[in-house]
Design a protein around this ligand. Structure first.
Ligand SMILES: Cc1cc2nc3c(=O)[nH]c(=O)nc-3n(C[C@H](O)[C@H](O)[C@H](O)COP(=O)(O)OP(=O)(O)OC[C@H]3O[C@@H](n4cnc5c(N)ncnc54)[C@H](O)[C@@H]3O)c2cc1C
Length: 307
């Protein structure tokens, strides 16, 4: 399966050159993945296989990406801005002797290389920057662009990677319990709850709105520290970084540490009973009101419009 952020990278890559895709450790699924990459504009698809990609942490992927970028004189290397993606990107940049830009929210062609846009200081400023040394390595936040199909050859080239070894090994795996909702960091819509939700049961109204919208559920640190929602759902400086098309903050005051995890969301909606709550400074739309009255109405309106 090809995840949406990979198709977003191909869509952006088309703006700066002829895209290639890299498929690592996919085994028998590689052919289907390569076909999908071709549909979204990959002229070439480099495929490397080996147990190293699944049995070890990031180093084999770094070996492969650096080797492929060097051998093919890549104009740029784009990686998704996940925790793993950023670690891989930093190591690849070091290997290539290149500059790196992280957490880009947009990308365009420029004189002498791609220009990346980053959103900084609680989305108060947009910064445009360009790498001046080597093939730029750029990590792009999920949802930076809507993926657009643009069929290309998708010609598969099998690559044998020279592994450098020295990687941390995976010793066991525990499958994550699935909520059936989209992955928080990749979701196009995130509906979050904070201390204002009042109790674990209070998240019911947040989940109902999320399900009506097909969204992931997030939470503030106050809510997860209170044990009302799992830590894996925490959004913020010490939680997950999300950048959806729509972020709905419910009963969340808007502390700087929370903003740090959601400030690059395209549209922010806040529901808070305190008109002075700092979240309203950041929100595109705000509702001053009790979330237990507002959310059920919003949910039934969403359902009615979908029907
Ligand atoms: C080093 C450090 C790292 C941190 N990392 C994070 C992080 O990653 N993520 C994070 O979120 N925080 C983080 N914090 C904590 C952060 O500073 C805040 O304490 C936290 O975000 C507050 O959560 P909250 O907005 O849910 O709660 P509060 O600030 O208590 O706000 C609750 C809000 O709910 C509103 N409300 C109450 N009842 C209702 C109702 N019925 N209807 C509507 N609105 C209602 C209130 O008006 C209030 O604005 C960190 C703090 C530190 C020091």
């Amino acid at each position: 399966m090809v995840r949406k952020p990979a198709l977003e990278l191909l869509t952006l890559a088309r703006r700066i050159g002829e895209p290639s895709a890299v498929v690592l450790g996919a085994g028998a699924a590689a052919a289907d993945i390569a076909a999908k990459a071709g549909e979204y504009g990959a002229a070439k698809v480099y495929v490397a296989d080996g147990a190293e990609f699944t049995d070890q942490l990031v180093v084999p992927k770094v070996d492969a990406l650096a080797q492929i970028a060097k051998a093919n004189d890549a104009a740029a290397v784009l990686v998704t801005s996940s925790g793993e993606g950023k670690e891989i990107a930093a190591r690849v940049a070091l290997r290539l002797g290149s500059g790196i830009i992280t957490d880009a929210v947009d990308l365009e062609a420029g004189d002498g290389g791609p220009v990346a846009t980053q959103s900084v200081f609680a989305a108060s400023f947009q910064v445009k920057s360009k790498v001046t040394k080597g093939a730029p390595v750029i990590t792009v936040k999920p949802n930076a662009v809507a993926p657009e199909a643009a069929p290309a050859a998708g010609a598969v080239e099998n690559v044998t990677v020279a592994f450098t070894g020295n990687a941390a090994k995976v010793t066991s795996r525990t499958p994550r319990v699935s909520s059936g909702r989209p992955e928080l960091t990749e979701a196009a819509i995130v509906v979050s709850g904070g201390r204002g939700v009042g109790a674990a049961e209070g998240f019911g109204v947040v989940e109902e709105l999320a399900d009506a919208l097909g969204a992931a559920v997030g939470a503030s640190r106050a809510a997860v520290d209170a044990g009302w929602y799992p830590h894996s759902s925490q959004v913020g400086q010490t939680g997950k970084q999300v950048s959806p098309q729509l972020y709905v903050a419910n009963g969340i005051s808007g502390a700087i540490q929370h903003r740090a995890g959601m400030q690059t969301s395209k549209t922010i909606v806040a529901v808070n009973k305190d008109p002075e709550a700092p979240i309203f400074e950041l929100a595109d739309y705000g509702v001053v009101g009790d979330l237990f009255e507002v959310l059920p109405q919003l949910t039934s309106e969403v359902k009615a419009r979908k029907a």
